[in-house]
Design a protein around this ligand. Structure first.
Ligand code: C2E
Ligand code: MG
Ligand code: MG
Ligand code: MG
Length: 290
């Protein structure tokens, strides 16, 4: 009887695994179609200069609404993992940001616009040429884009990735290390790669005013960036002006978060920028002075 139970359990799990596999395939097919038919969207979240309230570009974030359902970027990147669609998605994202940047420029809005790329893309020797071709064909300057690289331990050959990122920087594209402070190898990545910007992960920012460990970590990231004076720091996930105030006091230059703006469709982003008032921002920030 125990044996029989075991047997039917194996059957059950096999069926379940099969269902997971086929639903992943369905999602993958739907994403492939969405990429081909240009149904994905990019939302923009502005970055604010905490020193004076001026704006410093935005981060482009993937959005997909399908049949009344929202699919998060993580669901999408998980579904396409280890398929050719990883590169197809990055190619679509870069092309879309480059296209948007032309209209944004006409509205007086310049970058840099951060793009989140698959870590594998920055290990592809053809990537700099592909990116340069996209930019040149659109007549868009490299400094319009910032590549956001996740600090992942999967980077195998630092010298190789260094060369690829350096080629991108040579035509003006800047490089940000995303989610800084979360990985085992933050400092290795920071020292081994040509990085312009450190993005402090939001988990530390959210708890900045309540958790001494997060405060200590943010302070040490700012100190590291300061001793390597090329590096700008962006704090992610600023949900309140109280947090923004603390960051400014600590000397953090830039921030983004729901406290200022949620990621928005590109047309909404344009009107948001046009309504933004740096002195109002400074006044609001100063109200948190103790
Ligand atoms: P990320 O690059 O670290 O992006 C920041 C995430 O934090 C975004 O989530 C953003 O919407 C969210 N966020 C910003 N401000 C706040 C805040 O004040 N509070 C809170 N709670 N959240 C905030 P999102 O859009 O869900 O993206 C999650 C991750 O998915 C991104 O993390 C990035 O790693 C990845 N991703 C996003 N867009 C793309 C893309 O186009 N391609 C690829 N490959 N990955 C992407
Ligand atoms: Mg990012
Ligand atoms: Mg991040
Ligand atoms: Mg993240």
């Amino acid at each position: 009887e125990a044996k029989e139970n075991g047997k039917s359990q194996i059957c059950f799990f096999d069926t379940e695994r099969h269902q997971i596999r086929s639903s992943r395939r369905e999602l993958l097919n739907a994403i492939a179609t969405a990429i081909n038919q240009d149904e994905l969207m990019l939302y923009y979240q502005p970055r604010v200069n905490l020193r004076d309230g001026s704006l410093f570009g935005a981060e482009a974030l993937l959005r997909w609404f399908k049949d009344g359902r929202f699919y998060s970027p993580k669901e999408i990147t998980t579904a396409i993992r280890d398929t050719e669609w990883e590169w197809q998605l990055d190619n679509w994202v870069m092309g879309k940001v480059i296209a948007h940047s032309k209209g944004l420029r006409q509205a007086g809005i310049i970058g840099p616009f951060g793009v989140n790329l698959n870590p594998k893309t920055v290990e592809n020797e053809h990537f700099p040429q592909q990116l340069s071709t996209l930019l040149t064909a659109a007549g868009v300057a490299g400094k319009t884009l910032e590549i956001e690289v996740l600090e992942v331990s999967s980077i195998k050959n630092f010298e190789f990735t260094h060369a690829i990122l350096s080629q991108c920087r040579a035509f003006g594209v800047s490089v940000a290390l995303d989610d800084f402070g979360t990985g085992y190898s933050s400092l290795t990545h920071f020292h081994a790669l040509p990085i312009d910007t450190l993005k402090i992960d939001q988990r530390f920012i959210k708890q900045l005013n309540s958790d001494p460990k997060s405060l200590a970590l943010v302070k040490s990231i700012l100190a590291i960036a300061q001793t390597n004076n090329r590096r700008e720091v962006v704090a992610e996930g600023i949900e309140s002006y109280a947090i923004a105030h603390t960051l400014k006091q600590l000397g953090c230059a830039f921030g983004q978060g729901y406290g200022f703006a949620r990621p928005m469709p590109v047309t909404e982003y344009v009107s948001w920028v046009q309504n933004w008032n740096p002195s109002e921002f400074q006044a609001r920030l100063n109200r948190h002075q103790q």
